[in-house]
Design a protein around this ligand. Sequence first.
Ligand code: PLP
Length: 383
Amino acid sequence: MNYQTILSELEASGNLRRLPEVTHEGRWIEREGQRMLNLSSNDYLGLATRSDLQAEFLASEAAQRWPLSSSSSRLLTGNFTVYTALEQRIARDFGREAALLFNSGYHANTGILPALADKQTLILADKLVHASLIDGIRLGEAPFSRYRHNDYTQLERLLAKNASTYETIIVVTESVFSMDGDVADLPRLVALKRQYPNVMLYVDEAHAIGVRGERGLGVAEECGCMEQIDLLVGTFGKALASMGAYVVCSEVIRSYLINKMRPLIFSTALPPLQIAWTQFLWERLPDWQAEREQLRTQSRRLAAALRGRGGEISDSHIVPFIVGDSRDCVLTAEQLQRKGFYCLPVRPPTVPQGTSRIRFSLTAAIQPEEIDRLIQVIGEERS
Ligand SMILES: *Cc1c(COP(=O)(O)O)cnc(C)c1O
């Protein structure tokens, strides 16, 4: 393989990726002396920039107590009690039997499916699920098929056709989708799966945990179906301003994953101090209703302004602005950056060919006047 040739080809087609050299200051980002409003952050509730919360945590007893390394996998000597305490708290909040923590959402999604799905299991995944879920499907030995994005009629046909052939079917979806910001119909998926005794539902709420639902427990809470989703995954690296992930599930599945899930067994557990920070924030989740409301209001305003250019697709704080061609998309992003808005182009293979887009990802820290200004600048771009 000629790596340099491939890199040059990526450069020529506008698809070369680089690590951005930036510094952070609250909701601002600085690059080469220019200060821009960060419109690409996953810090949806604005918690990662809250120095008051960080200070309160660092002064707490928990912060003094827990070490900065677990030094081991949880199956050996790394199972500090803070892990189990957080798992019990999460399970209880969801009204479920059990929860299990992982080092990241990537670990969760690449580990759960290969552990649970054998050759007698069929995986049916939404066409737009996150790369980590695709990798999880590829790592395992189960056959799989992907249904058109949010096309439950097609999914229903696939279930009817395959339910008696396979021992188990696992339906895999996100709730809020990463790139389009649209939302899966969880009650419909639950109703579908309930028609079959051997169908399980796997929902990744990475973009919804903290952000949706009365207590911030995600779209599953919003839809009243927290108890009907067999494998409810969420991550701590986005709205929860920490690191790691969880699955909410039955006690049997939890024990099975502890025995069979390779990224859990063969990787050093997150620092106990990190888990304590996650716990500190998790306990405060119900308090951030005003932040969730502010985020919803501003997201709807931006989506309305982008109607016809991607805004109509979104039903969340992730709002796509579809440009089409990759190079045009890079140019538009650069223009917006020059005007003080740090937004990034998303190109193939992350999104389908010809749908290169700017992906706005809003946070509760962004002020209404800043959205006014953004809408105005986008209007100028178009004319
Ligand atoms: C970010 C993300 C992940 C990965 O989570 P990390 O904790 O960052 O590894 C998984 N699934 C979805 C849908 C995501 O957006």
